[in-house]
Design a protein around this ligand. Structure first.
Ligand code: HEC
Length: 130
């Protein structure tokens, strides 16, 4: 009995791990298509013009991060102590794509996250007031 429970426990971890990896891979492709020209391959953006994603304190607020990708974001905002007063238009990604690209950026360039974002979460973000 115990062994069976342990088996299900371990396989559910393995499954979650696998789906995060798959989401990350899809997110990487989306990043290359939609984000890389501004935020650059190293995620550093351009100082004072395009905020960084690598080691960006903004990403600690996962709701605000998802919201900015889904609906766009208009300054002024402060990222790592630097003010950005620009504008990012929404790119028209579907909710599952917003989830994938978020999973990619919060787990790249040394960023790490404990939570996996899914389509349901992105849907909910539209109802949240920031
Ligand atoms: C046309 C250039 C451009 C593109 C393309 C772009 N961004 Fe942005 N992004 C910006 C700018 C400029 C800001 C800051 C806007 C402001 O000042 O409020 C920003 C802000 C952000 C922020 C919040 C601040 C931060 O750096 O943590 C996130 C997260 C983000 N972008 C992610 C993305 C993702 C993911 C994509 C691709 C799906 C993307 N961006 C595509 C220019 C761009």
């Amino acid at each position: 009995m115990k062994t069976t429970l342990l088996f299900f426990f371990l396989s559910s971890i393995a499954f979650a791990q696998q789906s995060l990896e798959e989401s990350y891979e899809r997110g990487k492709l989306l990043y290359d298509d939609f984000c890389v020209r501004c935020h650059l391959p190293n995620g550093l953006g351009e100082y004072g013009l395009v905020p960084p994603l690598a080691s960006a304190d903004f990403l600690e607020d996962i709701k605000a991060t998802v919201h900015s990708i889904k609906y766009g974001i208009h300054g002024p905002i402060i990222v790592n102590g630097v003010e950005y007063n620009g504008s990012m238009s929404p790119m028209g990604l579907d909710d599952d794509e917003v989830a994938d690209v978020t999973n990619f950026i919060v787990n790249s360039w040394g960023n790490t996250s404990d939570v996996m974002i899914d389509e349901q979460y992105v849907k909910k973000v539209s109802e949240l007031k920031l």
